[in-house]
Design a protein around this ligand. Structure first.
Ligand code: SF4
Length: 311
């Protein structure tokens, strides 16, 4: 049994002009101790998928179909609090997750007491251990968030996310705001936590290089749908969907030289109220065929595309 199972997830937003489908039939599993990447351009539905899992979709948006199971238990119909204590969240900007007026040690103690019912002494001991686990010295215990660098602040946020002992952590662009060298350290920390604790991690990013560096499997999204899913190394070395190939070709560090002219996928992702018929990627696809303009390609577990395997 997988740790987290998302099946046929559908998220809709009613508007005055009709219903917009932000997530359309997304299915994937996450195993214990595994890092699954969700990748795609801005607007692909990655963050929306994460928000649906943790129960944070802003009304009037709502889950309109499908199911989410955590350790075999259905959670898409249970109160947010249940998911909040089993699924941790790390956002791009650490300052949005931290209280600027409270010492980081106190923030951790509060979370630990809330989720585990610990005494002050027990909570302090556990908080110290958690800070140590994310590489923050105990003496920084009584510092305020603004006294930390961006990378260290993100470590504090990861400590907070771990404080409830979650089975799953969703990290949404956790390193986008950081320098490249710090980014590598934070990604290495997530990987270490995943392996040491057996936590399942969903890593949401627009960056194929982050996917290549960190994840075990990758799910590529386009306009609310999955277009490719597979082992990261397989997908990186042999992408089978034209959109994945485009993302790969436009990532400098995966192309050997940062000086060479980079490929760019033509056009841009359409808005949700202007989804093209057939394959939603067809206006931007170099391999488009007649069938693509009329029929939506089924996702077969690996990809959603009308091309044959050899094309
Ligand atoms: Fe391109 Fe057609 Fe495949 Fe869509 S279905 S990605 S348009 S080849």
């Amino acid at each position: 049994m997988s740790l987290l199972s998302v099946q046929n997830l559908r998220v809709e937003f009613p508007t005055r002009k009709g219903t917009l489908t932000a997530i359309d039939g997304v299915s994937f599993d996450l195993n214990q101790g595994e890092i699954l990447g969700l990748v795609g351009e801005s607007g692909a539905g990655k963050s929306m998928t994460g928000a649906a899992i943790i129960g944070l979709i802003e009304p009037p948006g709502h889950i309109a179909g499908g199911s989410i199971h955590l350790s075999g238990q259905r959670v898409d119909k249970t109160p947010e609090q249940f998911r909040g204590s089993h699924i941790g969240m790390v956002f791009q900007d650490p300052l949005t997750s931290l209280n600027p007026l409270q010492r980081v040690g106190d923030q951790l103690i509060e979370t630990l007491k809330l989720h585990h019912g610990l005494s002050d002494t027990q909570a302090k001991q556990r908080a110290m251990q958690t800070l140590d686990e994310v590489g923050i010295e105990g003496k920084r215990w009584d510092h305020y968030p603004h006294e930390f660098s961006g990378g260290m602040r993100q470590r504090v946020v990861i400590a907070l996310a771990l404080a409830s002992d979650p089975k799953v952590v969703i990290a949404d662009e956790p390193t986008t705001a950081l320098d490249v060298s710090i980014q590598a350290q934070i990604l290495a920390l997530l990987k270490q936590i995943c392996r040491a604790r057996g936590t399942g991690i969903i890593l949401i990013t627009h960056d194929m290089a982050v996917i290549a560096q960190t994840t075990d499997r990758v799910a590529v999204m386009y306009l609310g749908r999955l277009v490719e899913l597979g082992d990261t190394q397989q997908v990186i070395h042999n992408p089978s969907h034209p959109y994945t190939r485009g993302l790969m070709a436009s990532t400098p560090s995966l192309q050997g030289s940062v000086d060479q002219d980079l490929y760019q996928i033509m056009g841009s992702m359409p808005r949700l109220d202007a989804v093209p018929p057939g394959c939603a990627f067809h206006p931007r696809c170099e391999k488009v065929m007649d069938v693509c303009r009329k029929h939506v390609p089924e996702f077969d577990g690996q990809r959603a595309c009308h091309l044959s395997d050899s094309q």
